[in-house]
Structure formats: C-alpha cells, structure tokens
Design a protein around this ligand. Structure first.
Ligand code: CP3
Length: 344
C-alpha cells in the first residue's frame, strides 16, 4: 500500500478517494495578481521561465492560496525548440512567436540534443529549488509538449487554428517531418530525464493540438511519439507515472487508454462523462475535465459541473482537473468554490 500522503501519486497507483485529488492546468498564471507582479519583476515571460528563483516562486504561488494536491513546474512547452536554437518571444496579447524550420536543412542545423541543457539548466535548477520547498503531501509534476504539438509551433512559428503549414510539411516532405519528430522526441526524453533527476515525481505530456491531426495520422504522430518518450523514461525510471493529454482526439482516446505505457489519460472537456467512464476509466486512471470557462462564470453551474464530474468518475482512479488551461480572466473565488465543492 502507498506509504505517503501524496494523493496524486497514490491515485496514479490505483487508490480511490472520496474526494479526488486536484490540480489545475496552468494553475500558475495571469489570473493571479502575485503572478503578474513576479512576471513584471522578471522582465518577460521567458526571463521568468529561465530564472530559477522566480520560476520556483510562481510554481508555489497557487499552492499558498488553494488546497491543491499537485505543483506543476513553471516553464513552457516552447523551451525545447528554444533550446534547439530557435529564437522565441512571447508578445503580450499576441502569444508566442517562434523562429521557424522550413526544410530539411533547417532541421539538420538544429542544435545537438546533448547541447540543449546549456539553455535548459535554469529549469532543472528551478526543479531542485521547488523540491526543497514543497510540502511533503504535494506531488510535483514535470512536463513537456508532445512532438506533434511542438512541431506545429516550429513550423507555423505561432499558434494556428488549422495547422495548414504543418500539414503541408507532412505532405511535401514526409521524411523530413519524421526527422523533426524524432529530433524533438530525443530532446524531450533528455529534458524530462533531467527534470526527474532534479526532483519531479510525475510527467505530463501535452499534445494540445492532437485533435487537429486527421484521424489517419493520430496514431503515427500523437500516440506513437508519446509512447516512445514514455517507454524511454520508464527504461530508467520504471515506476515514474506518465500522464498524456491528447486533446481533442475523441474516440481515438480509446487507443491511448489501451496503451500500457501510460498511467493516466487527461481528458478534454468535450468528452461525454459516461462514455469516458465506461470506455476509458475502466482501463486507466483519468484526469479532468472541467471546462475552464466555468471558472470565469462560477455560481450554480460551476458547482453542478464539478459535482457531475466527481460523481461520474467516483468508482475508479480519478484526478480532478480542467479540460484545458485556466484562462487569465478566471476568478480566484471560483477556484476556491471548485475546491470547496470537491471536498464536500
Ligand atoms: O500549468 C502551469 O501552470 C505550468 C506552466 C505552463 C505554461 N505553459 C505557462 C504559461 C504549462 C504547462 C504550459 C504548457 C503550454 N504552453 C502548452 C500546452 C498546454 C495548453 O495550454 O494547451 C502550450 C500550447 C504552450 C504554448 C504557449 N505558452 C502559448 C500558446 C502561450 C500563449 C497563450 C497565453 O495564454 O498567453 C503561452 C504562454 C504561457 N505559458 C503563459 C503561461 C503562464 C502566459 C504567459 C504570460 O504570462 O503572459
């Protein structure tokens, strides 16, 4: 039996709780005034990501306010392309702007995997600092983007709704696209192993744009790369749990639930609760899946939605979370209401 009080870790080992453990995607962020203050002190979002002391501060901020069971490292999925040599800038009100790769030559001139740590060392330092300050009941979660989602930013250079450029890259230069996926996979494995060495206890892989892939390519570009990364992590750390988030893949979620390498499936808000309970939770612990909009609107609907999710997933492994990241206009009192409702 589990011999610690870390609810998230124990839930990933199969324990069932009357009130599920909870953490929230993007729980550190612009809806918190103290986050905005620290970000201002850091200068820019990237300076914040690469400043161990300030990054550890913002990681811990939501835990000081709310009764959460998990801390997620403060960083970003785009630090990997940045560490591979692509210039990155976060523009206020615009989002990330990333230097692009346009052909095979650009992929071949990315930095070697062994060199990424020159850029990423401050992240590992932040992990150690956070670890030294974290309460013993809190589970520490590290993360990275999945190769497909990271590749979309490396090709498009910014957020995109339809990922036409990335799909044209697949269509016109399939071998080069596969090389890019493999390059990102290698860098991600090394990055995550360093996070684990420095102290994270769970890994989450964000495939935020998996739902943009045609159904014929979900296995090849979302499931397989995440499976490969997980396999390689577990060669070194067999007991380290991995949560995958193939956002928006609908019925393909079934194939992720059946992949034995994964320990937990993060569900997006669109999935029907009863379907997910019957078809996914039967096979794997689930995480999710409150629509983050209800943290803006609050009130009775928030309470009803939280209770519906808690009830639907009460019989097997469940970690409460959102179906996507918290938005900057989320209200602090609604996060408090969410947690109060869960613990009733
Ligand atoms: O969850 C956490 O609190 C940990 C930190 C975290 C951030 N980004 C901080 C962040 C995590 C886990 C991420 C993941 C991430 N980053 C994803 C995957 C998850 C998802 O939301 O789909 C993606 C696609 C990115 C790339 C990214 N970073 C975008 C598209 C943006 C701009 C959108 C926005 O909200 O402004 C970011 C910026 C970003 N990453 C912020 C934070 C707190 C806001 C930056 C700011 O302070 O202005």
């Amino acid at each position: 039996m589990p011999n610690n009080n870390k609810k998230i870790l124990n839930s990933l080992k199969g324990e069932i709780f009357k009130s599920p453990p909870v953490w929230l995607m993007r729980q550190a962020g612009r809806y918190l005034p103290e986050y905005k203050d620290t970000r201002l002190k850091a200068g820019s979002f990237l300076d914040l990501c690469y400043n161990p002391k300030l990054a550890s501060e913002v990681t811990l901020q939501p835990l000081k306010r709310f009764n959460l069971d998990g801390a997620i490292l403060f960083a970003d999925i785009l630090l990997i392309p940045n560490s591979l040599g692509l210039k990155l800038d976060f523009k206020e009100g615009v989002g990330p702007l990333l230097e692009t790769v346009n052909d095979r030559k650009d992929i071949l001139s990315l930095k070697e995997t062994a060199k990424i740590h020159d850029v990423l060392n401050p992240v590992y330092e932040a992990v150690s600092l956070i670890k030294s300050k974290l309460h013993k009941n809190i589970t520490f979660i590290g993360f990275a983007g999945s190769p497909w989602t990271v590749a979309t930013y490396m090709i498009e250079g910014k957020g995109s709704k339809d990922h036409q450029k990335a799909k044209a890259f697949i269509a016109n230069m399939p071998d080069s696209f596969d090389l890019l996926i493999s390059k990102i996979t290698d860098a991600t494995v090394d990055y995550l192993l360093k996070q684990i060495e420095a102290g994270v206890e769970v890994i989450k892989l964000f495939d935020s744009w998996a739902g943009s892939l045609p159904g014929t390519l979900v296995n090849k570009y979302s499931l397989q790369p995440m499976k490969k990364i997980t396999y390689r992590i577990k060669e070194k750390y067999p007991n380290l749990p991995v949560i995958v988030f193939p956002r928006g893949v609908g019925p393909h979620y079934l194939n992720f639930a059946e992949t034995s390498e994964f320990d937990c499936l993060a569900l997006d808000s669109n999935l029907p609760l009863i379907w997910a309970k019957k078809n996914l939770q039967k096979k794997i612990t689930v995480q999710g899946n409150l629509d983050p909009s209800f943290l803006v609107s609050g009130g009775k609907t928030l309470v009803e939605q939280v209770l519906a999710i808690k009830e639907a997933f009460s019989e097997k492994g469940h970690i409460f979370n959102l179906g996507h990241g918290i938005t900057p206009n989320a209200k602090i009192k609604n996060v408090e209401l969410l947690i109060e409702t869960l613990n009733k």
